[in-house]
Design a protein around this ligand. Sequence first.
Ligand code: HEM
Length: 346
Amino acid sequence: MDSMMLRSLVSVTMLLLLFSNVVLCQSVPTTMSAATAENIGLQFRALMDQDVIEDEGVTSTTILLAGLVRLIFHDCVGNGCDGCINMNMTDNRGLQTYIDQVEGLYTSGHVDETPLAELISRADFWTLGAIEAINYGCEKAQGNCRRNCPPVPYPNIVFQTGRVDCPTAPYDEVEPPLPQALKGLDHVLTFFADTFGFDEKETVAILGAHTLGAAHSDASGFAGPWVNRRQNFDNAFYVDLLRSDRGWEMDRRGPRGARIYQWSSTNTNARRIMLNSDMCLVKDLGTITSEGEVACTYDECPDAPLDVLDWVKAFALDNDLFLVEFGKAFQKMINHGSSNLNDLTA
Ligand code: HEM
């Protein structure tokens, strides 16, 4: 080998070493101990404990417990969960509040002496937060039980690490297709099949996430919670979908400019909502206008196809079954796009 070749070889090797060093310095570990994950989970809970529910009715309150679950869904759509959201997309409106709330923890929080940002990627961090939120919601659903309480039923969602952030986390300018709330069953089934490979059962199960939180007029334009207790995670969403005595009626929102329709309950003190993309799980909504208006009433619309409706009925009857199937679908969603995830170490 002549000296010229040797010099080039040395330079290339040095460049490679420099590059790998930069990459290594910038990246976070892809493994984590169970104790560290538990510690971060508790820090999320402390933040969620600051949630204040001002009103269980139609007035919209943001709660982090719900926001974390919506955030990870939007993060995982597209090529996979990568800790990045495009806040220029109207479909992501409302997420800024939640990103801001947890960004403070990510950039300033520690486990022992180590900053969180050196321990965990944002995508893993948001994932852990969403799992913690769901488990916390299950505990809240058990109500005020203090003594001799039955064990809390949780969905079995396993937290693994190794999701890689996009280089500009927590934001990017990628525009993944997000599902449209004004649309009906064909759109919903196609979206979840194309995005996460879900079948009918998985699609019905994942939408049970709408038990948490609310829609906000200053975000999506829709307004109100889906169920009465928006911090509780259970099968209440399916129970309400099937109850015609809720007095479900099409309700036009957005007085200035945007006219969009949601379903609002009219027979209850605590007002509840459903979007067309929820209601289509129980009713064949027929032709829907671009504003989301449906021609038939709740009682007139024919039933949704049985391969969908039967799962709604099954989940409404059996909370444990719902949690099992929700857990499986959620696991698939949070693992979407990541090929090398690692179990927590002892
Ligand atoms: C057809 C699919 C879906 C559509 C069309 C849809 C649409 C929406 C809309 C319009 C809102 C209201 C946002 C606001 O105004 O603040 C919302 C909230 C929410 N979504 Fe979905 N969503 C879908 C699927 C999902 C999935 C798969 C999850 C989680 C696994 C999820 C979790 C949530 C949660 C927890 C909220 C409440 C957020 C809060 O309280 O701020 N959604 N969704």
